[in-house]
Each structure stands twice: as structure tokens, then as C-alpha cells.
Write a protein that binds this ligand. Sequence first.
Ligand code: FES
Length: 87
Amino acid sequence: MPTPEPSCIVTVDAITVEVPAGASAVAALVAAGTLCTRRSATGRPRFAVCGIGQCQECRVTVDGKANVLACRTLCKEGMRIVTGAHP
Ligand code: FES
């Protein structure tokens, strides 16, 4: 019988999701159904593009720290991710 993967609970805006421990914050956003990390200057939704820390489109606020790259951030128990999806 396979051992279950360790998981952690994180919050994306007001949504609580369970993701595998060590998953990227982008994975938590997807699990929460939030396909918007921030808004452009004209208000259009933006989301992760490259997944390797180059495009800067995945910037969110993590545990109060602004402009964190979600694609380069691993989920930890109790992490709070705030997006710009709901201006
Ligand atoms: S997805 Fe491009 S920097 Fe994160």
C-alpha cells in the first residue's frame, strides 16, 4: 500500500486548499481556482507564464510580503497567499 503524500493547508485569498507539501504556490492558486495573480495597468488579469522566474507575471503577496514569485515559492503549512484577482 503506497504511503500518502504529505500535504499542507494554504489560503489563497479567502479560499483554503490542501496541496502536496512542497508544491509551488502556483499549484495552490490552481487548486483554489484562482487563475489570476495580479492585474495589469489596464485591469486585465495576469497569470503565471514561464514557471521559471523570468516573466514576473506570477507576483503575489505571500505571508504579507509583496511581489513574491509564486512559481518560485514552495507551499508551507499555513501559508497565506493574496492575489490581485479581486481588486
Ligand atoms: S511564472 Fe514567470 S516568473 Fe513566475
